[in-house]
Design a protein around this ligand. Structure first.
Ligand SMILES: Nc1ncnc2c1ncn2[C@@H]1O[C@H](COP(=O)(O)OP(=O)(O)OP(=O)(O)O)[C@@H](O)[C@H]1O
Ligand SMILES: [Mg+2]
Length: 360
């Protein structure tokens, strides 16, 4: 028992000494820990870059965003363990592309396509590539050119925050508001389906207005995944808006996902087919198919085509910057004043006269 006590006391003394010594050299120890952490991160990134065939991105001050053969590192790894290949995809959000597009600002890609086709994966892989490039890592692609992104905004998925008094849709809108209020020309925005948590037309209208705002006001580079196929018509009006879609083919009446991003707009979402794949009871699937056919008869496209043609593009912006209407009496009175030729007394009188005119 004595030996045990002595051993314990000895241990405590040694420990206290060590603690005191480390305290005395806390600054050096912290510096070494930080350096080791940095080496650890860099070594890990180097290892994965070599193993997984990543490339060195070109990062500069431009507004370009050009990824060739981009991959999602986590999904790719998960598929590899199941022996399935990941399909690499290109992404170009460089603003100044196209014959009739000379204005600056990033390109917005509207990504449509069936459920399960890979839209969300595509959005996130590009955001991840931007993050990796800017922390100094190689990236999962065959080529990448990224103009420095000042902030990366993402709105993804449906979640709520009931404890803080926010419903699912409220969370979605709060996040969208933050993006529209803060994103700049140098930002990168990924929006994975907005306007899904409310009535179809409310959602579509919000998504539509959000896209116009992103294009006209924020001018950020953006990827926007949506099942509102109506939004693809906006490409006719907004020069920096490009439509991308996920390719699928039909094989014996089944949808086959190719996971390939192509130019153009998808015409449908194959939601009912995907629901069947997920194991919804056959009766429900059959009934849904029937209802879908009925609904598709009441054409949603006609009014949308008209909206694209009729709606003054982003009228809010114009009205914000517009000068007050001509013929405003106060304005006329102000125009008539020439401060350089007035005495202080006359200026004061003029101010009182203006105030009186405004009040009356
Ligand atoms: N490029 C790809 N190559 C191979 N498989 C892919 C690729 N992209 C996605 N997948 C596979 O498809 C699955 C579904 O992808 P994702 O969630 O991105 O679809 P989605 O189009 O967003 O569907 P939804 O409209 O239902 O949200 C992924 O979990 C992945 O297994
Ligand atoms: Mg998705």
């Amino acid at each position: 028992a004595n030996a045990g006590d002595e051993a314990l006391a000895l241990e405590r003394t040694v420990f206290d000494e060590l603690a005191a010594q480390s305290q005395g050299r806390a600054v050096e120890i912290e510096a070494v820990a930080k350096a080791l952490a940095a080496v650890d991160v860099l070594a890990a990134l180097a290892e994965i870059a070599a193993d997984a065939n990543w490339v060195r991105p070109k990062v500069d001050d431009s507004l370009d965003f050009e990824i060739v053969g981009g991959r999602h590192p986590v999904v790719e790894e998960a598929l590899r363990s199941r022996g399935e290949p990941f399909v690499p995809n290109d992404c170009d959000l460089t603003g100044k592309i196209g014959k009739n597009c000379s204005e600056s600002g990033g390109r917005i890609a509207v990504v449509t396509g069936p459920n399960m086709a890979g839209k969300s994966t595509f959005l996130r892989q590009n955001a991840l590539i931007a993050v990796l490039a800017q922390i100094g890592s190689f990236v999962p692609a065959t080529k990448a050119h990224i103009g420095v992104v000042d902030r990366l905004f993402s709105r993804v998925g449906a979640s709520d925050d009931l404890a803080r008094g926010r419903s699912t849709f409220m969370v979605e809108m709060v996040e969208t508001a933050a993006i529209l209020n803060q994103a700049s020309e140098k930002s990168l925005v990924i929006l994975d389906e907005i306007g899904r948590g409310t009535a179809t037309y409310d959602g579509l209208s919000i998504a539509w207005a959000v896209m116009e705002h992103l294009h006209e006001a924020n001018r950020a580079r953006a990827l926007f995944a949506t099942h509102f196929h109506e939004l693809t018509h906006l490409g006719q009006r907004l020069p920096r808006l490009a439509n991308l879609c996920m390719r699928v083919t039909d094989w014996n009446g089944e949808v086959v996902f190719l996971h390939e991003v192509a130019k153009g707009a998808a015409d449908r979402s194959y939601g009912v087919q995907v629901a069947r794949l997920a194991g919804l009871p056959a009766k429900v699937v059959e009934r849904a198919r029937h209802i879908l056919a009925e609904l598709e008869q009441t054409d949603r496209r006609a009014p949308v085509a008209r909206l694209v043609a009729d709606l003054p593009l982003f009228a809010i912006l114009e009205s914000q910057s517009a000068a007050p209407a001509k013929g405003d009496p106060l304005r006329t009175a102000l125009d008539a004043l020439n401060p350089d030729e007035m005495t202080p007394r006359a200026a004061l009188d003029a101010l009182y006269a203006l105030k009186k005119a405004a009040d009356s």
